[in-house]
Design a protein. Structure first.
Lengths: 503, 645, 102
């Protein structure tokens, strides 16, 4: 590894450098202006926009960065391709939105003296996620996941107001550490079997027959358990509801979208670069037959969405309900992966884009209402649809979209996932997915029922969002409706971004 | 300008959004009215410029597709969101935006002081938006989008005064009736669309029509497609057997009746048949069905109009009857004649409704013509314009209705047969009669209203649109003067529309030639009939009202039948609604639904709820338990892999 | 190294891993749970170093350095959270931390 190689590679990680620079900048600002923290959100926003510039510039760039000498020269620690860039963009957009959420949130406002740490940790999460979606070496995979995890452990318990936050944080740490321990053990076995931590090298080596398949499968399961933790796939999802309910809503929203996106980006890249022998002309992947990939992912997906949807039925706390719903959505997304084709990946990308808009929107409304109402309980939403029509209608749009009904963008997401399944002749799976959507209708509509049909016992509070809050809500509602009707831009973008550097 | 045709759609949409979102904050009726009607006015200007640009092109190039974006791309289905500008769509859009603009302006005066003023204009704009999509869409999907959109707006606007009473029920019930009946038609239309997609693998007008003209498709297939499409048309355009909703639609505010239920939306069916002329032309049997249904509708609706006493009801039946004429024309293959009648009808029927609205307005919501009389003294402008429109619809020589109706009757004879002509001519007689019964009872004779009424002329914002429409009702027909009068130039209107129907014309059987003498003779006959009817109606209902009473006493049976609209509503009630209700109640509801479906659904629901209550208990809240489940999960997968090795 | 077969190292590593997991699953005290997690990480470290030496490449050893750093950070975060909980509840028994459930 010579110096010129490093310098060349640095050009590939400009967004990550920008994020790190912003992190340091926010830290310094926090130290200098420790009396007045008003500036910090603006600095953070500036940092995100600078990062956004580099991310957008990175579209179309491809390359391998930080190759070690002992491995093939071409393959490195990071791989830059439009697939990863799409996820980076997704993470960045949700980060910007969460930044705005944070500036409205009462929970965060109460911790003004530690605002600097809050933004620093958010940048830490972003950096971790950026590296996750482009990592092709186990070392970087492990480090980036830990960077993301450590930052989010702290953020989950950031407000420290009640035991609730600490409990969320503790559960998150224990669960996260255990799964990272499992993953690390798996990595050590794979390293022992192949002598490398680079996915490309591993891919070429495991095709040889000498590899002990049982040991490899064992290691793979452990590694995938670690990733399953990040995307909260069953049976690694248990932390999700507790942590989501206990964390500040802004962090919950960020975890449910960005962290999940990063986890999916990593999982997809891991499977594609590590175990796809080749991509057929029709877009389907030929996976290394270590075990029945398709069956495992399908079972995981069905388990995930069924558990998520069924558990959500009884939830009264909206945050917790949305947590279960996000588990269910991870299940739909896994269905897209189970197809193991470029078409399925395109569907995942479309779905994620839509999911970002609608899920963040739902969390935003819940946050705005909780700030005024002091409650996230669905029973306290009685009659809110009439006293606060703007928030009521917006929440209705988001929930209908989460259900996946036209004319919202959520329908388009589901449409592409299911058409990918049907294209792969996985009819039974598609039917199970649709049935699950039907179940989900019940608990989403229940919220609407409370808002519009249940007679309130006490006169409900009138919640009038401020102009900037209204604007932010519209910024999410309008695309959800707009992309429900005119969706070819996202579809085109997603189709252009399915290309992964690999086999 | 043709390339900017989407502006005609965007302006009303913008108007709808502005009035719909900010309307209740603007509060100022003037501003809301100006935004609402201005949006449509701008659309009209765009249409007008596009029209002139189209005129400047050579006839065979007058078909421009404006593609906005690629909309659906799933599997074999490729739908662009595109607009088609050709003579047919531009004529329709001129009618819709032009007449629509005048009605919007009129509504500023008519709706003055209504608490839903902004809502009204938002709905009207939304309607124009949907209607323009229907007209301009270059494929069936966009057309269908507009088709459903206008249906929705019609529902919203009929039920605009949802808290009022209407006849035996409420306004909401009338709106619901319109909605349900329309759904039946829409279902037919959807079936037609599916069949088209299955047959031609496309839903794009150009592809479908090109393939329809050249593909070896069996006549049976064409017949089914045409039949389904026609069912859709009967729903939207209020033809037998689905016409029952239109009279009830009069529950809406009068400008709505004028715009939606007279001038524009109800002609959507005619437009659709005309647009798919090639498909209909390939199914001669269905063509005959169309003609016969149109003819019967025209005849029966006119006979029902003879005895109605509600001023808007008379006009409603008259609308149904006139729509029947249009389908008669389309059915015999005279598509351009039917569109010609769409245009003239839009002028005079909108005028009649607006005039009626003006009368109702000044009589404080009194709609019974028996309680009017001698209003010409109080509202001269309304009177004159109404009279012009009545003359036009009665086919008085030289007025717009004369040309279009004559064109249809002549075609009914030339391309159809003598019976078609005869029934059509009888309908024309009845039309003249009931129109002048209406005019006489309203504007002539003795004042039959109490002293609490002080009729007055409506404000200028209402009368100016009346006057403009009055002028159009008189001269609107001159662009379509038949060849026998205008010499070798031929019928300009027909000439303009000709390229649209070229393929359809080629498919249809050519008929034997007829002489000019026959044409003039038939024309003279129908004119003589109409004039006689006008004279009798005037005499009977201004001076000799006892004749009317005696006649109705003498033919009491017939009178009751007519007055009760042939008991159609009752027959539907007894033959369709009641049995369905009984079956639904006794079997579907009590047994099938309550016992079986509810049992299954509730059972599933309970099962899901119960099992979900068990499943969620997995979430014990103890972190170590979570870890256990995770380990168990890993172990199970591992065990399974070992087994499958 | 040469005298002791690689299997011994690996078996030790696996045993450590199993002990770690068992500790996580059955101990009540959160601090002991964290210690068990450290044990899991260290078992992975052991096998990484073993493989590194056996295969004669340095990647495994580099990896171990990173893992040790991460483990330290993780322990720091974990202990901070445990302290926060201890302040509220005056004990750190994991099975009593269950406000969120179902």
């Amino acid at each position: 590894m010579d110096v010129s190689n490093i310098i060349e590679s640095l050009k590939l990680i400009k967004p990550e450098i920008a994020v790190s620079a912003s992190l340091i900048l926010v830290l310094i600002f926090d130290l200098i202006f420790h009396k007045d923290k008003k500036l910090i959100p603006y600095v953070a926003l500036l940092g995100l926009f600078a990062t956004g510039y580099f991310v957008i510039h990175q579209f179309g760039t491809t390359g391998f960065g930080f190759a070690t000498k002992s491995t093939f020269k071409a393959f490195g620690m990071v791989t830059v391709d439009s697939f990863g860039t799409f996820f980076k963009l997704l993470i960045l957009i949700s980060a910007v939105l969460v930044l705005f959420f944070s500036s409205f949130s009462d929970e965060i406002k109460k911790t003004t003296d530690r605002l600097g740490e809050y933004y620093v940790l958010i940048f830490g999460m972003i950096l971790g996620m950026f590296l996750m979606v482009s990592a092709t070496d186990f070392l970087l995979i492990y480090l980036s996941m830990e960077l993301l995890s450590l930052s989010s452990y702290v953020l989950a318990g950031f407000t420290k107001l009640r035991d609730r936050n600490s409990e969320a944080s503790l559960k998150y740490v224990i669960y996260g550490s255990v799964s990272s321990g499992l993953m690390l053990f798996g990595i050590s076995i794979i390293y022992g079997l192949t002598g490398s931590t680079n996915l490309y090298v591993i891919n070429s080596l495991i095709q040889s027959p000498q590899i002990n398949v049982l040991a490899l499968s064992f290691a793979l399961i452990l590694v995938m358990a670690g990733m399953g933790f990040k995307i909260s796939a069953a049976p690694f999802h248990f932390w999700t509801p507790d942590v989501y309910e206990g964390s500040p809503i802004t962090i919950t929203a960020f975890l449910s979208v960005a962290s999940k996106a990063a986890g999916f980006g990593l999982l997809i890249r891991f499977i594609k670069t590590g175990f796809a022998a080749m991509t057929l002309n029709n877009g389907y992947w030929m996976l290394n037959p270590i075990f029945d990939w398709k069956l495992i992912i399908v079972i995981l997906a069905i388990l995930t969405m069924t558990l998520g949807n069924f558990s959500a039925l009884w939830q009264n706390n909206l945050k917790r309900m949305l947590a279960y719903s996000s588990i269910a959505h991870a299940g739909y997304l896994l269905l897209g992966l189970a197809v193991f084709s470029n078409q399925g990946i395109a569907a995942i990308l479309i779905y994620f884009f839509v999911y970002m808009l609608m899920n963040l929107g739902a969390f935003l409304i819940v946050m705005l209402i909780a700030d005024k109402l002091g409650s996230e309980d669905v029973d306290d939403y009685d009659g809110l649809g009439y006293t606060s029509p703007f928030l009521g209608i917006s929440l209705a749009v988001f929930l209908v979209s989460l259900t996946g009904l036209p004319p919202t963008a959520g329908f388009i997401g589901k449409l592409y996932i299911f058409s990918a399944l049907i294209d792969a002749k996985m009819f039974v799976v598609a039917v199970i997915g649709v049935l699950n959507s039907v179940v989900s209708l019940y608990y989403y509509i229940r919220v609407l029922k409370h808002m519009y049909l249940v007679k309130p016992k006490i006169q409900p509070v009138e919640i009038i969002p401020g102009l900037s809050q209204k604007f932010l809500v519209l910024l999410l509602v309008v695309p959800v409706l707009f992309f429900g009707i005119y969706f070819s831009p996202i579809v085109e973008l997603a189709k252009n971004c399915v290309v992964l550097l690999g086999f | 300008m043709v390339n900017y045709i989407y502006l005609t759609v965007l302006f009303p949409l913008a108007g709808f959004l502005i009035n719909g979102i900010f309307g209740n904050r603007i509060k100022n009726e003037k501003i809301i009215g100006i935004i609402g009607s201005g949006a449509v006015g701008l659309s009209f200007l765009v249409s007008l410029f596009s029209f002139f640009q189209l005129l400047g092109m050579p006839a065979e190039e007058r078909s421009v597709i404006v593609n906005l974006f690629s909309w659906l791309n799933i599997g074999a289905l490729h739908i662009n969101f595109g607009y088609l500008v050709d003579p047919l769509s531009i004529v329709m859009s001129l009618i819709v935006t032009g007449v629509g603009f005048l009605i919007h302006v009129y509504a500023i005066g008519y709706m003055h002081g209504d608490k839903g003023f902004f809502r009204f204009f938002a709905y009207l704009n939304l309607f124009i938006f949907a209607m323009m999509n229907l007209i301009l869409g270059d494929n069936f999907v966009v057309l269908f989008l507009g088709w459903e959109g206008v249906g929705l707006c019609s529902y919203l606007l009929i039920g605009f005064w949802y808290d009022r009473k209407f006849e035996k029920g409420t306004v909401s019930q009338a709106a619901k009736k319109a909605f349900v009946v329309n759904r039946i038609g829409d279902f037919g239309f959807l079936l037609g669309m599916f069949l088209i997609f299955m047959t031609f693998d496309s839903l794009n007008f150009q592809d479908v029509f090109a393939k329809a003209a050249s593909f070896p498709v069996s006549e049976t297939t064409f017949s089914f497609i045409a039949l389904f499409l026609f069912i859709g048309a009967t729903g939207k355009s209020a033809q037998i057997p689905l016409f029952v909703w239109l009279p009830d639609a009069m529950a809406g505010p009068t400008p709505v009746s004028a715009l939606i239920h007279a001038a524009t939306m109800v002609t959507a069916g005619v437009y659709m048949v005309s647009r798919t002329a090639i498909i209909f032309a390939s199914a001669p049997v269905i063509m005959t069905v169309v003609a016969v249904v149109g003819l019967l509708t025209a005849f029966f609706a006119a006979s029902m109009g003879l005895v109605q006493n509600d001023i808007k009801k008379v006009l409603a039946y008259s609308t149904v009857s006139q729509l029947g004429y249009m389908f008669l024309a389309a059915g015999v293959g005279a598509f351009s004649a039917s569109i010609f009648h769409v245009m003239t009808h839009a002028f005079f029927k909108a005028l009649l409704f607006l005039g009626a609205g003006s009368v109702i307005h000044s009589m404080h919501e009194e709609q019974n013509i028996q309680h009017y009389g001698n209003l010409k003294k109080y509202m001269p402008r309304t009177y004159i314009t109404f009279l012009l429109a009545a003359l036009a619809i009665s086919g008085f020589p030289g007025f717009s209705g004369f040309f279009s109706k004559d064109e249809i009757l002549w075609n009914a004879f030339a391309k159809g047969n003598f019976v078609f002509w005869l029934i059509g001519a009888l309908t024309a007689v009845m039309t003249a009669f009931y129109m002048f019964r209406l005019v006489s009872l309203t504007f002539f004779g003795k004042e039959r209203f109490g002293h609490e009424h002080h009729p007055h002329e409506s404000p200028a914002v209402m009368t100016v649109p009346l006057m403009i429409l009055g002028v159009l009702s008189v001269i609107g027909g001159y662009i379509g003067i038949p060849a026998i009068f205008s010499g070798e130039n031929g019928n300009k209107f027909e000439e303009f529309l000709k390229p649209v129907y070229e393929n359809a014309e080629r498919k249809m059987v050519t008929y034997g030639t007829h002489t000019h003498f026959e044409e003039i003779l038939l024309m003279a006959l129908s004119v003589a009939f109409a004039l006689t009817a006008i004279y009798f109606a005037y005499v009977i209902y201004t001076r000799r009202q006892e004749i009317a009473e005696k006649t109705s006493a003498k033919f009491k049976g017939l009178y009751t039948v007519l007055f009760n609209k042939y008991y159609i509503d009752e027959i539907y009630e007894a033959s369709v609604v009641k049995p369905i209700q009984t079956v639904s109640e006794k079997f579907l509801w009590k047994i099938a639904d309550n016992k079986i479906i509810d049992g299954v659904v509730n059972g599933t629901g309970i099962l899901i709820e119960k099992s979900s209550n068990v499943i969620r208990k997995l979430q014990t809240g103890i972190a170590q338990f979570y870890a256990v489940v995770m380990m168990v999960g890993i172990a199970v997968v591992l065990f399974w892999i070992i087994l499958s090795l | 190294m040469n005298n002791i077969p690689i299997e011994y190292y690996l078996i030790l590593s696996a045993l450590m891993f199993a002990v770690g997991i068992t500790g996580v699953l059955i101990r009540r005290n959160a601090i002991v749970v964290f210690m068990s997690i450290e044990l899991m990480l260290n078992s992975a470290n052991l096998s990484l170093v073993t493989f590194s030496s056996y295969l004669g490449n340095s990647i495994g050893q580099i990896f171990v350095f990173f893992v040790m750093t991460v483990a330290a950070a993780e322990a720091a975060v974990g202990l901070a959270i445990i302290i926060a909980i201890f302040r509220n509840k005056l004990n750190v028994n994991i099975d009593e931390i269950n406000i969120f459930k179902w």
